[in-house]
Design a protein around this ligand. Structure first.
Ligand SMILES: [Zn+2]
Length: 452
């Protein structure tokens, strides 16, 4: 459906060909548009736009046109109708056709002495992001208990933003689409207005977005769809933090966002426990859990999904042609290329589940064990990184308990990135080189240092 940038593009294209040209008369081939028949021998003085409405300013009338889902304009030198042409504006040397497969588009005709901005449908169209500031939006939002996405789609509050540009505006403002409108601060409202202007201007510059069928004029398509940050990018990486873009439903519309850049609760801090194989990550997580902190293990999520998600299992089967967990385990440590494919399949599922669990936890601090943090490219996805590493004695003990040989360990370690590299990227470190009691002491010291 055309939104503000698409309609602005149509307006600009039509203006180039039509301003100062005289409409001799109009042929109407669809009864709902019969009011257009009253127009004859009138010059088009200007073409304006309000929200998603086009306004043709004629010598004696205004025509207000809304393209809805599929409305399109074409100019031709021949007067022959094409399929779904519903209106023909006859000029001296050419014809303007209005074509609409779905017939949802609308036309309203007014005499020139009428203040059209106070008449239906334009009176219900709110100001555009270009016309207002953050304070205006903030005042409108404080009285709304609906998701911010719904409020931004509401053309009475602010006009011109549809599904695509609301998703992009919210992403640029780092605001979760599900957040209640009345929790948005005045600062955030200003950020929303500013982002909306940037997104819309860029889209106008690129001639709008052509996703299903938008053509601005005479078959021209838009190019903003290649610039989208979140919309239609489900399962792809966020351009800022590398998390996976999520799609769910909000305000009745398919909604795309980055669960990390657009957190529902910004005060929730996500701390990662990572480290090499057999370093004691799980022991640290267990201690934190015993101390009363909320913890999540990505391995647990993965294992659960492996049991419950047919979608994930099928995706693995399709791409790697294996389905048993044992085979997969072997592959993870022996074939780097196939392991990368496996990660690219499973990570979006695992991360989506992770964010679901996070949103259920009603606390400010969550510790998450992420074994392949760096290998998966997630180092920018969390707030702080805690690296656990162990002395050879501890490591050998862990390996023994897991029933894994040293050769196996070397192979597994080789499939992960260098321990030294990890250490450099971490914010905090826990050296696991003593008894369980020592580790408990170190974790408590860590918590003091982190002030949580
Ligand atoms: Zn992100």
């Amino acid at each position: 459906m055309p939104e503000l940038p698409e309609v602005e593009t149509v307006k600009r294209r039509l203006s180039l060909s039509l301003i100062d040209k005289e409409i001799i008369d109009i042929d109407v081939f669809y009864p709902s548009y019969s009011s257009l028949k009253q127009i004859n021998n009138e010059k088009i003085l200007d073409i304006k736009r309000k929200g998603k409405y086009l306004i043709f300013v004629l010598s004696n009338h205004f025509i207000v046109s809304h393209l809805r889902m599929e409305g399109k304009y074409h100019i031709k030198e021949e007067k022959d109708l094409s399929k779904h042409d519903l209106v023909r504006f006859n000029f001296k040397n050419f014809y303007l056709f209005y074509n609409d497969v779905r017939k949802f588009g609308t036309f309203n005709c007014f005499n020139k002495d009428i203040d059209i901005y106070n008449e239906y449908p334009l009176k219900d169209v709110g100001p555009e992001p270009f016309d207002v500031d953050g304070r205006y939006l903030y005042q409108k939002l404080t009285i709304k208990n609906e998701p911010i996405k719904a409020a931004l789609l509401d053309q009475h509050i602010i006009s011109g933003l549809g599904n695509i540009y609301v998703d992009e505006t919210l992403f640029m403002s780092s605001i979760n689409p599900h957040r209640k409108s009345n929790t948005i601060t005045e600062f955030e409202a200003s950020k929303l207005i500013e982002s909306a202007r940037i997104v819309l201007n860029k889209a106008i510059k690129l001639g709008g977005s052509t996703i299903k069928s938008f053509e601005s004029f005479n078959g021209e398509i838009g190019h903003f769809q290649t610039e989208l940050s979140v919309h239609l990018r489900e399962g792809e990486r966020c351009k800022i933090c590398n998390a996976f873009i999520i799609k769910d439903r909000c305000a009745g519309r398919g909604t795309y966002y980055c669960p990390n850049c657009q957190r529902e609760d910004e005060n929730k801090k996500l701390f990662v426990i990572t480290g090499g194989y057999a370093s004691g990550k799980s022991s640290v997580l267990k201690i934190l859990n015993n101390l009363g902190y909320e913890t999540i293990s990505l391995d647990d999520i993965y294992n659960n999904l492996f049991q419950s998600s047919t979608k994930m299992k099928n995706a693995i089967k399709k791409k790697l042609k294996i389905s048993s967990k044992e085979e997969l385990k072997k592959l993870v440590f022996s074939d780097k290329e196939k392991n990368n494919i496996l990660m690219s399949i499973t990570h979006p599922f695992v991360m989506e589940e992770l964010y679901k669990e996070i949103s259920k936890m009603n606390v400010q601090v969550i510790f998450i064990e992420v074994p392949l943090l760096f290998e998966g490219g997630f180092e920018k996805t969390f707030d702080k990184i805690i690296d656990v590493y162990s002395s050879p004695a501890i490591r050998d003990n862990i390996l023994k308990n897991k029933g894994i040989s040293y050769e196996d360990f070397i192979q597994r370690s080789n499939s992960q990135i260098n321990i030294e590299e990890k250490r450099k990227k971490a914010d905090f470190m826990v050296y696991n080189d003593g008894t369980k009691k020592d580790l408990l002491f170190k974790v408590k010291e860590l918590l003091k240092m982190m002030e949580v």
